[in-house]
Design a protein around this ligand. Structure first.
Ligand code: HEC
Length: 91
């Protein structure tokens, strides 16, 4: 029983590790996005919306993360993040 539990937690850890392996495209602002956008959810929220959101859509989404979800992102960083997302993951 104990072994089974240990095995299960190993698998859970592997699954969690896989989730962190999302690699974002290189570009100015990438590190900011990784540090600011991955504290509440996986970065696949971003890659899942690639080519769906245009610049205005990313602006709205980042605004929602800040105003509604409470992401602690200042205005200067917000602009860099929006530029990065629009350039690399925009429609
Ligand atoms: C304070 C926590 C928090 C931070 C920081 C955060 N998010 Fe989110 N985000 C959420 C939550 C909670 C949801 C799920 C909301 C829902 O289901 O409506 C979400 C959902 C999303 C979605 C799915 C679409 C949507 O509108 O719900 C995208 C895309 C997204 N976040 C992108 C980002 C980006 C880009 C950043 C960095 C600028 C970011 N998030 C930072 C909490 C956060």
């Amino acid at each position: 029983m104990r072994t089974l539990f240990l095995l299960l937690s190993v698998f859970a850890n592997l699954a969690a590790a896989g989730e962190n392996q999302i690699v974002l495209k290189d570009g100015q602002g990438k590190n900011l996005v990784i540090s600011q956008c991955a504290m509440c959810h996986s970065l696949d929220y971003i890659t899942m919306h690639a080519n769906i959101l245009n610049r205005a859509g990313w602006e709205k989404t980042v605004g929602k993360m800040i105003n509604i979800m409470g992401a602690p992102i200042n205005n200067a960083d917000k602009q860099v993040i929006i530029n990065y997302l629009a350039r690399n993951y925009g429609k």
